[in-house]
Design a protein around this ligand. Structure first.
Ligand SMILES: Cc1cc2nc3c(=O)[nH]c(=O)nc-3n(C[C@H](O)[C@H](O)[C@H](O)COP(=O)(O)OP(=O)(O)OC[C@H]3O[C@@H](n4cnc5c(N)ncnc54)[C@H](O)[C@@H]3O)c2cc1C
Ligand code: FES
Length: 295
């Protein structure tokens, strides 16, 4: 729930743990100083926050976990520029300033009683982790969960312990976890492919469609990854007769306000205008077909 007084005013949160995940990504664990605010800070998988570093600027970052512990907010941040570099340089005990949660998030109720296919590429797995955690916390509400995770190489695998556990043991929870890696000479990934040749392959993430039969029957697909990935994954899904409304994707666009006021994130034209921050960042492929420039 947002603060009613002034939605644009950020709230301080202390970094309680900052963990290196890869050379360019860190997992930032935050705790709001105001415990009452923390209690009311209810979010859905797929929503994001605006994170500010005082004196540097603000950046939208997806919440990468389901709300397991109400006191802790988890963000996976890739350093690409001013704000994200500054976040990486902050230490435990330092403050960041948070606005949100913003965006529509994934419609977890609408997709209940269905099978889920999560397709994540690179950092795109971060918001999907929230979906996965939520579905596992409410396991009886969802059918089979299949995850396709595409990485460049072993060292770029995010949430490595967690995902390797699912890769090896996920079937016990009816989760089928598949992995693709791009670097042809990656030793660790090659070993994973030898360990489970039915679950791991060298190549881009769409190669995983060759590993298992993906049926559209009572299934929702949820995609997040680099922009180039969407059209190839959608193509595989449409080939398998997924309807456009069975395909959800979460988008990244340049943002400022995060709440539909500044117009920075507008897509489309004519009768179909969408604000990525307010109407999204989660859209269906049907929205994409009706909105110019969405994917
Ligand atoms: C809804 C949403 C969720 C996001 N979730 C995450 C997340 O979970 N983790 C994460 O690390 N990042 C996420 N991002 C991207 C993140 O917001 C940008 O990387 C960040 O704003 C860059 O700010 P900066 O000041 O560090 O970089 P800048 O100094 O502004 O720019 C550095 C470089 O990054 C490019 N860039 C800046 N912003 C974006 C953007 N939004 N999309 C693509 N390229 C950009 C610039 O063109 C430039 O090349 C998300 C963005 C959106 C809109
Ligand atoms: S970021 Fe301002 S309108 Fe979307």
């Amino acid at each position: 729930m947002m603060r009613l007084e002034n939605v644009l005013s950020p709230t301080p949160a202390k970094i309680i743990k900052t963990e290196k995940m890869t050379d360019i990504e860190r997992l930032i664990n935050l705790e709001f100083l105001d415990k009452n605010f923390a209690k009311e800070f209810i979010y859905k998988p797929g929503q994001f926050v605006e994170v500010s570093v005082m004196g540097v600027g603000e950046a939208p970052i997806s919440i990468c976990a389901a709300r397991t512990n109400p006191d802790i907010l988890q963000l996976c941040v890739r350093k690409v520029g001013r704000v994200t570099n500054a976040i990486h340089n902050r230490k435990e005990g330092d403050l960041l300033w948070i606005r949100g949660p913003y965006g529509n998030g994934f419609p977890m109720e609408t997709i209940e009683r269905s099978h889920l296919l999560l397709v994540g590429g690179g950092l795109g797995i971060a918001p999907l982790r929230g979906v996965l955690q939520y579905a596992l916390q409410n396991r009886e509400k969802y059918g089979e969960i299949t995850v396709f995770y595409g990485i460049r190489c072993y060292n770029m695998m995010l949430f490595r312990d967690e995902f390797l556990h699912l890769f090896r043991e996920g079937d016990k929870q009816n989760v089928k976890f598949y992995l693709s890696y791009e670097a042809p000479d990656d030793k660790e990934c090659y070993e994973l492919a030898c360990e489970r040749s039915d679950r791991c392959t060298q190549g881009v993430v769409t190669k995983l469609f060759e590993k298992t039969e993906v049926s559209p029957k009572n299934t929702y697909a949820i995609i997040c990854g680099p922009p180039i990935m969407y059209k190839f994954v959608v193509r595989e899904l449409i080939k398998r007769e997924f309807r456009p409304e069975q395909i959800y994707m979460t988008l990244e666009r340049r943002m400022k306000c995060g709440i539909g006021k500044c117009g920075h994130c507008i897509l489309g034209n004519g009768t179909s205008i969408k604000y990525v921050c307010k109407d999204g960042p989660v859209f269906t492929y049907l929205d994409a077909l009706n909105t110019k420039g969405m994917i």
